[in-house]
Design a protein around this ligand. Structure first.
Ligand code: SF4
Length: 276
């Protein structure tokens, strides 16, 4: 972890837990009382829930082997989501067993885990539980915040000093595509603002998913924005888009080698630091 103490982290966990009485953790600003069982857009009450953990070798090479811990629930509705069942019904996942997870994190490190990779869904919606976990693990753990970046300033404050690497999954390049593909017309504005803040307190890797048909409207403007605004961020071009079974606005095709080559060439011309 960056430079926050266990005590500081535990205090943040307590505050974040209390804040669920009127939840504003993410940019949806639902304001619901999750501790009373009321549900906002993410569909989670006050309990953080995990549906998967594994040691993964297929993240960006600087992060591998990466211990991935998946939290259910999300604040976006990406049409092409690969874990849709845990987003639509997040409370089907078992409640996070913090004692067991603390041991699992330590065990995965003995197996070679270089990073602890917090993801979902979107980890923001489970922030209180995650802060509780971070307050109990080895402070030398390299923490990766694997996020869609659609969160509020409240979450930025809770995270400051705890995250070593922000793995920013930056999706669309304009409000119209963000409304259609993610159900969040303000996504681009919010996510970019949060990336600008993240580069001040952590390393940042920006993932750009190659969605067929969205190169000109989304991918290229995103690469240009990175070059102009956060050139210190490293960029990971991802060609692993999987089309949804019944596409409506998202593409029904896979990304091609030519899609990747064009994106790579454009990123190189812009002087971006590409990683794989
Ligand atoms: S985390 Fe976001 S989506 Fe979930 S209740 Fe809070 S503000 Fe709403």
């Amino acid at each position: 972890m960056n430079h926050a103490s266990h005590t500081d982290c535990a205090n943040r966990a307590d505050h974040a837990g209390e804040s669920l009485r009127s939840c504003h953790l993410c940019a949806r600003h639902c304001g619901v009382n999750r501790l009373a069982g009321d549900l906002g857009y993410c569909g989670l009450d006050g309990v953080s829930r995990c549906f998967r953990e594994l040691l993964h070798e297929a993240e960006e090479s600087c992060l591998n082997p990466s211990h991935q811990v998946y939290f259910s629930g999300c604040n976006l509705r990406c049409e092409y989501c690969s874990v849709d069942e845990w987003i639509r019904d997040p409370q089907a996942a078992p409640p996070m067993d913090i004692s067991a997870l603390i041991h699992t994190v330590a065990w995965r490190r003995t197996q070679g885990a270089k990073t602890l990779n917090l993801l979902g869904g979107e980890p923001t919606v489970s922030l209180a539980g995650i802060l509780g976990l971070l307050s109990c693990i080895d402070p030398d753990t390299q923490v990766v915040w694997n996020s869609n970046m659609y969160y509020s300033d409240v979450t930025t404050e809770y995270l400051t000093g705890l995250v070593d690497v922000t793995l920013a999954d930056l999706k669309c390049g304009n409000p119209r595509c963000a409304a259609r593909l993610l159900d969040a017309p303000d996504y681009v504005e919010v996510a970019r603002r949060n990336i600008v803040q993240a580069v001040q307190t952590s390393e940042v890797i920006i993932r750009c998913l190659l969605i067929p048909g969205h190169q000109a409207c989304c991918l290229m403007p995103t690469l240009e924005w990175i070059a102009e605004t956060v050139p210190q961020a490293r960029v990971s071009l991802r060609a692993d888009y999987v089309p949804p079974v019944q596409p409506i606005f998202a593409s029904g095709a896979y990304a091609t080698q030519e899609d990747y080559r064009l994106a790579q060439t454009h990123a190189q011309r812009l002087g971006l630091t590409l990683i794989t």
